[in-house]
Design a protein around this ligand. Sequence first.
Ligand code: ARG
Length: 587
Amino acid sequence: MASVPSLASSLHQRIADALSAALPEAGAADPLLRRSDRADFQANGMLALAKKLKGNPRELAGKVVDGLPTGDLIQEIEVSGPGFLNITVTDRAITETLAARAADDRLGVPFAERPGTSVIDYAQPNVAKEMHVGHLRSAVIGDAVAKILEFSGETVVRRHHIGDWGTQFGMLIQFLIEHPHELDHKDAASGEEAMSNLNRLYKASRALFDSDEAFKERARRRVVDLQAGDAETLALWQRFVDESKIYFYSVFGKLDMEIQDADVVGESGYNDMLADTCRMLEESGVAVRSNGALCVFFDDVKGPDGNPTPLIVQKSDGGFGYAATDLSAIRDRVGKLGAESLLYVVDARQGLHFKMVFETARRAGWLPEGVKAVQLPFGTVLGKDGKPFKTREGETVRLVDLLDEAIARATAVVREKSEKLGLSEEEIAERGTQVGIGAVKYADLSTSLGRDYIFDLDRMVSLNGDTSVYLQYAYARIRSILRKAGESASAKAHPELALAPAERALALHLDQFAETLAEVAGSYEPHKLAAYLYQLASAFTTFYDQCPVLKAEDAATVENRLFLAELTGRTLRQGMSLLGIRTPEQL
Ligand code: ARG
């Protein structure tokens, strides 16, 4: 494993050196290098610098140019406009850099300089409830962020903070006690069956709860038993959790996502910390009693009436809520798991909750200065009407139904396109699933986190445009070219060859993979990786249109183009797999 410095970073270093030689008083100055349409790169750091030191930017740029030899790395460098530098790199440097990437398992991508430990809270559905599109976003984004961080060398601990505790269990358990046959099958045969059992139970117990005062009272007493740890009550509660997990795992499985049982630490997992959490908050004065409830107040958090809205950690009846659990989870994640970063992939609508929880934990000393806590707040999934996604009956859309529909649509696309490939039914089904699930994930991941997006399957499975199918086809095409080359020609870098414009554009983009990943890992923005991959597939499409590969003029060019195609394929595959999307070899 050897990390490969990108052309941009080598160039950056050279210009920075030339800059400090030309202008020693500037110290370590940033040349502000970026990719450009005019040349390969443009550096415009000379402008601000000259301004700051009251010099002439064009003159300064000229001096920098004089200090930069051309030849190995730089093909051409010129001062333009008010004092920019336009830089073209040599074809040889491009091909050699890519050859070094190709020789490395990690495509030359370095590990982070100082990797740490991140605990990421994502994919947290609620027991005895259906999963909806909000749970999809958390799962898909969290999975991608976790994979990207891990690839950068970070130690990642996953926590699925499922909603497995609360007063609603009193009602469910009491109902089950009174109707024992309702869940008396051995094990649900499938996730769907488990969920339909739970749904039925939930609806029936809810109806009784709302209509029968005596049942309501028994359900309330059952909550007390549950909280007191009564064995029979806990055993029944466990059945609800287990039944729900069968369902969750089936949906995560459909999403092609691995969830480890040990990482599922729901709200109940912090029960025995709650009393201590509250006691410490009260003793330290971080929280105060207000009308019997234990509250934390914030200067800048006020309700519509102008009165402060506190974070309630314990209700006046002694019950602990969502906040007490999250605060206890922070103590656990920082104190026991050694987290240096706490990430929460949770709906933007819970932003205020996390703001208050983080601030409380800081005041209490549970989030020391070196530890950061960030919510990755995601926007809402909308229906085609631009309103939050609901069925015609006004109910929340079931996630499984959406996934099944995506798979069905994608399978139709694969079937139509794959006629000439002669795929078997089984292969069509497998690829249909990979394309359908990929389409859903990609649509989610290619939207910046905070934005709402419209769930539009027609667009998601379209072969054109910014979709995963487009990327998967680019990958499959590359694999098919390489298969066709077969024995007769192999991929090999030829640094001596001059590159055509489309080859250069593709190559320079390939070289930016590591920097893109570093940026994405630093900012937790998977959509930037999606955008990078889309541009990569587009650059490949242009290259493939303009530069014949197997029919190129000479053997060396054939090999070099195969080399570019192969590296593009590996980069696409690596990038897509970090997004949790499959790349079938044939489509
Ligand atoms: N179960 C919650 C929901 O469905 C999300 C939990 C988020 N994580 C947390 N630590 N509060 O909205």
